[in-house]
Design a protein. Structure first.
Lengths: 244, 318
């Protein structure tokens, strides 16, 4: 566990050692504010909840999380430091886990910084705080799923721009996999069972279920298994591609 | 006794065979130099020993651990300076060494002490808190070296440790390597031949992925065509004037003497006298010249040239 902890610490310090952290946090807060107040009509709705805040998260994460994850492995391979890292007595899964946890915690910090909004609803009205806690939990889990996809894609290439575009595309498909846009690609030829399986992969469906205030075991398992699956693929890819 | 054992190591990249059945053993106390032209397979071999690259065939054992079966255990005993010393540019040397120490399972007071001692050992103290990207090449290389020796490894693998350093830095780096060699296995690659003479106890020459020589630097020199050649320079005045070809013929007639080449210029003649066997001919030549009352200006024996051996061995594959 020493290795995971060291990699986690290094990665987290790396965010704050460069402007990345501050740019990300500012943009995240700015955009979530804009989405909540203007597009989500926070005040006009006249309801003491954070629905207008959470409902934009899938779209906010769609481009912010790949921006965070694109450098995780691509940068290591471009500068050659992957050779330094993986010739330490560190197993690839430890490096993958350490990096993932660091970026996940970073997103958690970003989410934590939005709590003034939570306080605001409590001052203005009498919201169901259980639903809000569920919303935060769902949002963090979904961010983890985005992140694991992004980290996985980042291990495929040494070019960060390619990593960004590819992970954004893959996340976009995963967000929308419950919608005709994606399902139509399958429904013409695939058996119903497969179409249902694809539909069940949608980030959005599971996220919406959680933000309604019911943390269903099924949704928890869904997000956690997405994370585990993509981190597993990430580990395999790191091992395969490290020396290319 | 910790050692590195490599058996029939092979690596193919598609149709290209980068490393072709290389076998060798290195023991504690030895400094093994990898020599070879660029692209000969030196770095590839090192990457396989450190477990960074999976071999296509063969076996590697480091300090008793099979690199394929127990990669993490094997890497625990290895310190590695990759080619070009890649480092995280936005970290400080202090941060990087702390990170490496953490990954190597060093904690608390021991970690601090190790980092401090290692930094002092490679003279990093003055730049410990500067970002690595702002450091000069010499300092960057020292940081790379520091992270490799931080845990006092039994096996130290250095890929071109002096590449890109200025002459003073090169000498410093060689001194550091020599000082550490007693209780370690050290494998380093270089394309500077004098480095082999000054730090290595043994050298392996790799050409086109094949091991073409495995010998001590002195043993390699002895393979040179020029080895044990005697140089005789004589003042050509009076009796000797214009007689150099006759003198060369007389020298050639001596027992044990092979080829003799002569050249005359500026009132002096120089004879390059090759030896037939491995026995020295210095004494015979000296007595003969004395017996002939030649005015000898210089009489010396050449050592083999590593350059010549290297060129001869690595050209044969072409």
């Amino acid at each position: 566990m020493d290795a995971v902890r060291s990699i986690f610490k290094r990665e987290l310090a790396g965010y704050f050692g460069t402007p990345i952290a501050y740019v990300f946090l500012v943009i995240f807060l700015l955009l979530s504010g804009i989405f909540t107040f203007y597009m989500g009509q926070f005040f006009e709705r006249g309801q003491a909840d954070l629905v207008s805040f959470f409902s934009f998260h899938p779209w906010l994460y769609l481009f912010l999380v790949p921006a965070l994850s694109m450098r995780l492995w691509a940068e290591e391979r471009r500068t050659g430091t992957v050779e330094l890292l993986l010739t330490l007595p560190v197993a690839p899964w430890q490096a993958v886990l350490g990096k993932f946890l660091a970026s996940w915690l970073f997103i958690a910090v970003a989410l934590l910084l939005t709590t003034p909004l939570w306080i605001t609803v409590n001052v203005l009205g009498d919201p169901d705080n259980g639903v809000i806690v569920a919303g935060y939990t769902g949002s963090l889990l979904m961010a983890g799923a985005y992140l694991s996809v992004g980290a996985c894609v980042s291990a495929l290439t040494r070019n960060q721009v390619i990593a960004f575009v590819l992970s954004m595309t893959l996340c976009f498909l995963l967000v929308l996999s419950g919608f005709p846009l994606v399902l139509d690609l399958f429904s013409a030829w695939a058996p119903g069972l497969l179409v249902d399986a694809v539909a069940a992969l949608s980030f959005l469906t599971h996220f919406n279920a959680v933000t309604r205030g019911v943390i269903d075991l099924q949704d928890l398992v869904y997000f956690l298994s997405m994370i585990v699956f993509f981190l597993f693929v990430n580990t395999v890819l790191v091992d395969l591609k490290k020396s290319e | 006794m910790s050692q590195v054992k490599v058996q029939n190591l092979r690596k193919r990249f598609g149709a290209l065979t980068a490393v072709d059945s290389i076998s060798f053993t290195v023991r504690t106390g030895e400094v093994l130099g990898f020599l070879g032209p660029n692209g000969a397979g030196k770095s590839t071999t090192m990457k396989m020993i450190t477990g960074f690259l999976a071999p296509s065939g063969g076996a590697i054992e480091v300090a008793g651990f099979d690199v394929g079966e127990q990669p993490v255990e094997a890497r625990r005993t290895i310190g590695y300076l990759p080619e070009g010393a890649p480092l995280y540019p936005d970290m400080t040397p202090a941060g990087l060494l702390d990170f490496v120490a953490g990954c190597r399972g060093l904690g608390g007071a021991e970690r601090e002490q190790r980092v401090r001692e290692t930094a002092a050992r490679v003279n990093l103290d003055s730049v410990m808190f500067q970002r690595i990207e702002t450091l000069s090449k010499g300092y960057k290389r020292r940081v790379g070296m520091a992270q490799a020796i931080l845990h006092d490894p039994a096996v130290l693998i250095l890929d071109e440790p002096t590449d890109g350093l200025d002459p003073t830095q090169k000498i410093e780096m060689r001194r550091l390597i020599r000082n550490m060699s007693r209780d370690k296995v050290i494998i380093l690659s270089t394309h500077i031949l004098e480095e082999v003479q000054s730090v290595c106890t043994r050298a392996i020459i790799i050409s086109d992925g094949k091991l073409v020589a495995n010998d001590t630097p002195a043993g390699l020199e002895a393979r040179s065509r020029l080895h044990n050649q005697v140089i005789l320079r004589i003042r050509m005045d009076g009796a000797q004037a214009g007689e150099e070809s006759a003198m060369a013929a007389a020298l050639r007639a001596l027992p044990g003497v092979g080829e003799v080449k002569s050249a005359a210029a500026g009132g002096e003649a120089e004879f390059c006298i090759g030896a037939k066997g491995s026995a020295g001919i210095m004494d015979d030549v000296a007595r003969f010249a004395h017996g002939q009352s030649w005015p000898v200006m210089e009489l010396s024996r050449r050592r083999g040239s590593l350059e010549e051996v290297f060129t001869a061995l690595t050209r044969s594959g072409e």
